[in-house]
Every structure is written in C-alpha cells, then in structure tokens.
Ligand binder design. Sequence first.
Ligand SMILES: *Cc1c(COP(=O)(O)O)cnc(C)c1O
Length: 379
Amino acid sequence: MDIKIFEGVKTPFYYYDKELLERTLDAVEACTAGTKMKVHYAIKANSEPEILRIISSRGFGADCVSGNEIKAAIECGFRPENICYAGVGKTDEEILTGIDADIGCFNIESIEEIDILSTLAAKRGKRVTVALRVNPNIDAHTHEYITTGLKENKFGIDLRVIEDAVRKVKESQNLDLGGLHFHIGSQITISEPFKILCERINDLQAKFRFEGTDFRFFNVGGGLGINYDNPDENPIPDFASYFDTILSCLHLEEGQEVHCELGRAIVAQCGSLISKVVLVKKGLEKNFVIIDAGMSDLIRPALYGAHHKIENISAAGKSADKIYDVVGPICESSDVFGKDELLPETKRGDLIALRSAGAYGVAMASRYNMRDLPGHLIK
Ligand SMILES: *Cc1c(COP(=O)(O)O)cnc(C)c1O
C-alpha cells in the first residue's frame, strides 16, 4: 500500500483500491458472461455511491433489503427491473417504494407477507413479480462455517409450508410467481453448502413441475466468503469454482435463469480502514496500540469476533517482532481489533491498516460516543 496517497487525509477513513474493485468485477464478468447466471450486488455490504456506480456500470443488478437501498440503487444507476428486494419486515412505505419504482422482484419471506404485498400492489393497480424465499434448512450445526444459517426461522418460508405459499401467490391477481429465493449464510469458503443448496433446489423444482408449477428463475442468494487472514494471497475470491458449482449442480430447464446476490465477495478485499496510532500504552503485562479508529467505524470484531488483518503500513518491510493488543478509543471493552498481534515496533503517528474492510465496514458504522463517521478515499 503506497501511503503517499494518504497524505493529508483525515483518519480514520476507508480506502478503496478502485483498480482491485474493477479487477474483481472483471473476474465475475468473465465467469458469468454467456451463462444463465445473473449477478445482483448486495447493496448492504457497501453502499458508497461511487462504489455503487462502478458496479452498476457493469450492468449488474442490485439486491436490496430496505426502501432506502432501493432508492440509492436507482440513483446510482441500477436499472429497476434488475433490482430484487428481500427483508423479513418490509414496511408498507418500503413496499410501495418498490412497487412505484417497478423493481424486478420482491423476495417474500413469510405467508403473511403475501397478502400484504398483494393488497398494496392492487392499490396501485399493478402486478408485481415475486420470488418465495425458502428456508432450505441447511443445518448450521453440521456446517459451522455458515454463520447465519437459515434454520433460525426468522428468514424465509419453512420448506414444509412452501406449497401453501405457492398456492397463495398463484391465487393473487396482483402477484406473478417468478421464482424461488434462497440465502443460506455468509462467509462460506467451501463449496459443500452451495452443492447441498443446489440439490434442494433440484428437488423442489422436480416436485413443483410434477404439480404443474414452473419457475422462471432460482435465486441462490449470496454468501461466498473471502480470505481475511491473507488478503494479499487471495485478493480476488475464487469466483470460478463458485459459479462452476452452481451452474453445474443446478438442473436448469430451457429458458430458466439463475440469480445470485454477492456482497462481501465483491467489495471486501478492495477496502481497508486506515487509522493513526494515537499512542502506545505500556501496561505491566501488555502493550496496547491505541488507534483512532474504533468499533463505531468497524464493528465486525466487536459484533461477531471477526478478525481483520492488521498492518503497520508506516513500518512496511520492517520485521514484525513486537507483540501488541490493538484497540480503539471507545468506552467499551469489546472495542478491540486484535489481541497479541505481531507487529513491527509501533509508535505514535504510525498508520495502521485494517484489511478486507470493504464489506460490512462503513455500512455498519455509527456515531457512538458522538464520533464523526469515517471518511473515504477511492483511488
Ligand atoms: C446479506 C445478503 C446477501 C449478501 O451476502 P454476502 O455474504 O455479503 O454475499 C445476499 N442476499 C441476501 C438476501 C442478504 O440478506
């Protein structure tokens, strides 16, 4: 990382490597061009307008989880017909935002939502395309790498009542059943869960065909993980195996499409949170590097015990032979980025990079402790 470009930029701030983002998008395009796969970028991972514009300019769709995300997606160039909208608790106002914008698909997460959406669509005199989000019950216990397994019933419609849901959608004049939607979790770094998902989809497809229901598309959600330990070894996720797994395992009929909603895999590695060492505190047992970024800027470590690679970029090339705890300034004991980190001798004023922070970084930032929101530099 060339720290000269950071001169004069107020810390903490998110730095996005635009070239890496472009190369990541190139890789996604290379794997999906000419296939039945349509990529929707999951906006909640990072909704910086400049990043949204770079992604929308590739012709990708957008996966939104709120009315404001729908508005941001459209403002930043995503075409409404390429927007899908998921969420367990869409408000009437948010649903109407989607209906009025003529978005491509509502991903319905409960039987109750079917009536609500149908009524609101009727109110606008429109027929809207929906997909039913199925909880495929891929057990998080057998796959601990699925951090947000769907077996918790908040997300999606239980497999056992999916037929009732299909019938209900088909009865509505104002709803058009386009497909089925799934999202089995996040930061999944092996292909097994995606294979199991495809098998579930194939079974469902066969069952519904037998009953006379066809789908135009299946949306497999997001979840492809990245390498947080070694961002420089894997700056671009292995999209080839991911898309290969899905496109080879799914049995698609003529004319059917498959949609995916990648968030983290697209934006995580291009972003780093850059912060400055406020002071190095010598304790009796430990030495603390106290930086000017905290959990209000990057909450993943405090929220899920995540670890972002920590680098002293002012001491690049020097041997990492000192041990420190790297912590933020916020009044919470969980405001810790790393314990017993091996770093070069670190001093006040050094720049520290928290790597792989492009996804769920600034998107989750808050003003806790009345701190300013972090800035950004896209270059
Ligand atoms: C969060 C989310 C995604 C994106 O997940 P990643 O792990 O960032 O790829 C996709 N689809 C839905 C419905 C989501 O809620």
